[in-house]
Design a protein around this ligand. Structure first.
Ligand SMILES: *Cc1c(COP(=O)(O)O)cnc(C)c1O
Length: 371
């Protein structure tokens, strides 16, 4: 048996007529950039997230960057984020000219540790960017109260958390703004690059709308120097066709996570993902942890099972961030997680037979280990 890590073709096979019609509609209308499909997606996605506004952009990285720019963050400023994330979280900060300041993550949830935020705040700190890693929302009440106390802007990196809930409220409405990615493999994925900024702050939404389109809200009237970071009509049409399925797909991911848990429940040496009771996790990734990670991944590969690591090198140890002067030992929890984490196959169309096959392989790996 072969088990893919993610299979986007399986999803397309299920919704082919809707996707094909959506793409044909855009070609027929010739609204290839922004246009009606984008407007429809913006209003539906804002409503879905429980926020007043959504602004479609060309990637999750652009969404993070434009939020920071619109909030006036730039050279000399510091933004607090976590080192155990995709590099885009930090890169978006660096591109504004500001400096990312990292805080370590919780060893169980891999989310930002709240008390460490407070000790990372300096006179230069302007914002906090928690990452809802793997599909679980960060402890937003505590983060918000620290932000209020110090007058800081909060942006959610919700690029892995479409539809995730915290105390019944969806990602995208906890901070001043949130960034979503619709990279093809995300829980809601386009057929190319795409992203969105979600916010209930009208002025911020308008500034992002202007910045994504060359500083312009009216053709050839440029009130500031902006960027070309617009959402394409084709991507918006694909997202419109898919949005109605998102909850069903997230439910399927949660059911798969429950099944993995039932099958892998009590293996010594294997730690399963921890979901806080107040959170409805959407399992963008199902990440297990073991000191035998590399051997386990190789064993699964031999049996036709694809896995991945999110992420093998924490951002502060990447060559791109060497100038920050951080070393091994700077963020011990993120570093030890990076050595032990393994993302198992996870996507809505995964079958029970495939999950059982993966779980059986994991069980036989651990039972063959010397005790
Ligand atoms: C995917 C992702 C991004 C970047 O999104 P792109 O659309 O690829 O630019 C940023 N942060 C996190 C946590 C992500 O998973």
């Amino acid at each position: 048996m072969q088990v893919s890590f993610v299979d986007l073709r399986a999803q397309y096979a299920r919704i082919k007529p809707e996707i094909d019609q959506a793409i044909a509609r855009v070609i027929g209308s010739a609204q290839f950039v922004l246009g009606e499909e984008t407007e429809r997606f913006e209003s539906d996605f804002a409503r879905y997230c429980g926020a007043a506004h959504a602004v479609g952009v060309n990637s999750g990285t652009s969404a993070l960057f434009l939020i920071l720019k619109a909030a006036g963050i730039g050279p000399g400023d510091e933004v607090i984020t976590q080192p155990n994330s995709f590099i885009a979280s930090a890169a978006a900060i660096s591109h504004t000219g500001a400096t990312p300041v990292f805080v370590d993550s919780d060893p169980a949830t891999h989310l930002m540790v709240v008390p460490k935020i407070e000790s990372a705040i300096t006179v230069r700190t302007k914002a906090i960017m928690p990452v809802h890693l793997y599909g679980q929302i960060s402890p937003m009440e505590e983060i918000r109260s620290i932000a209020e106390k110090h007058g800081l802007f909060v942006l959610e990196d919700a690029c892995q958390a479409h539809g995730a809930k915290h105390n019944g409220t969806r990602a995208g409405s906890f901070g001043n703004a949130a960034a979503f990615s619709f990279y093809p493999g995300k829980n809601l994925g386009a057929y190319g690059e795409a992203g969105a900024v979600v916010t209930s702050d009208r002025a911020l939404a308008e500034r992002v709308r202007r910045l994504r389109d060359h500083g312009s809200l009216e053709k050839y009237v440029h009130t500031e120097i902006g960027y070309n970071m617009r959402l394409e009509g084709m991507q918006a049409a694909v997202l419109n066709a898919k949005l109605g399925y998102l909850d069903e797909w997230n439910d399927a991911r949660r059911a798969h996570a429950t099944r993995y848990r039932e099958l892998l429940g009590d293996i010594p040496g294997l730690t399963l993902p921890v979901a806080k009771p107040e959170n409805e996790h959407v399992f963008h990734l199902f990440v297990v942890q073991t000191p035998e990670r590399d051997a386990l991944a190789a064993y699964l590969k031999e049996r036709g099972i694809s896995t991945s690591i999110h992420y093998p090198v924490p951002i502060h140890l990447q060559e791109a961030y060497r100038h920050c002067g951080l070393n091994v030992g700077s963020f011990p929890e993120s570093e030890s997680a990076a050595r032990e984490i393994l993302s198992l196959p996870m996507y809505p169309e995964l079958s029970d037979g495939e999950i059982t096959y993966v779980a059986d392989a994991i069980k036989s790996f651990f039972s063959a280990l010397p005790q």
